[in-house]
Design a protein around this ligand. Structure first.
Ligand SMILES: [Ca+2]
Ligand SMILES: [Ca+2]
Length: 258
């Protein structure tokens, strides 16, 4: 009698079987999804950090201006693109770039600065990331002339930098009489404006809102109106300004005024 061995080889256990191509593909797909999901928040977190660093730098810059004013009885002139972070002209008086200059970090002694002495915002180390600074030339440059504010007197001083909450409807843009549209004004008598061109500094600045903050590219030198619109895709500039009353408060406290 012939007997047949019908023993079936045992099925491989899970550990022996390994993975099929389909299973590997599913695993890789899930890993890709997880990585993609993590990378986006990381980029977002970096943006939030840069925004916060910039805001901190701008406020520190304004505080440094108060200190400078209390020590020197005037505010510094903005630096030019070639003055290596020193005010232009050194010693103040009639500023060469009152509305289109940079924060004079080398004069005021503030960091972080680039190799040329300019204060940088939180968005990187390029020249586009230099902090901008504008100063009122009102009352015959009283704010940048030593003892100019004291000589003129608090009731006569009338700083004239304008901050608008939108660039839409701005009047006479690009000229010395540029002004906010009615109901768009945040301030009409700012002494100084300190601002960063934001994350898009290298490529932005041409939109309806940002075009009003004079980029070095824009050759707008007489215009003393600035836009501080809500943050969004059309606007990422960051701005602080110095009001007349807070400056007077510091100077009276220091015995520089009245
Ligand atoms: Ca911008
Ligand atoms: Ca402007």
């Amino acid at each position: 009698m012939v007997t047949m061995n019908l023993t079936v080889p045992p099925a491989p256990t899970l550990a022996q079987r390994g993975f099929t191509l389909i299973e590997l593909a599913i695993v890789l797909f899930i890993v890709a999804l997880l990585l993609g999901g993590m990378l986006l928040p990381l980029a977002g977190q970096q943006d939030i950090r840069n925004y916060g660093d910039t805001q901190k730098t701008l406020v520190e810059a304004r505080d440094a201006l108060f200190g400078f004013a209390m020590a020197n009885d005037r505010l510094p002139c903005p630096a030019s693109a070639t003055s290596n972070g020193l005010e232009d002209p050194v010693g103040g008086g009639v500023c060469n770039h009152p509305y289109d200059g940079f924060f004079p970090a080398a004069t005021v002694g503030l960091a972080p600065i680039d190799a040329q002495g300019y204060l940088l915002d939180g968005w990187g180390g390029e020249s586009d990331n230099r902090v901008h600074y504008a100063i009122s030339t009102a009352n015959s440059n009283a704010f940048t002339t030593a003892s100019g504010m004291k000589t003129t007197g608090m009731t006569t001083l009338a700083p004239d930098l304008k901050i608008c909450n939108t660039g839409v409807g701005m009047v006479s843009q690009g000229t010395a009489t540029a002004a906010c549209a009615a109901t768009a004004s945040l301030a009409t008598d700012a002494v100084a404006v300190i601002y960063s061109l934001g994350k898009n500094a290298g490529a932005g600045g041409a939109g309806t809102q940002e075009t009003h903050n004079p980029n070095p590219r824009a050759t707008v030198t007489a215009d003393r109106a600035f836009v501080n619109a809500p943050q969004g895709t059309a606007f990422d500039d960051q701005m602080v300004w110095m009001s007349k009353s807070t400056l007077f408060n510091h100077l009276v406290g220091a015995g520089r005024l009245p």
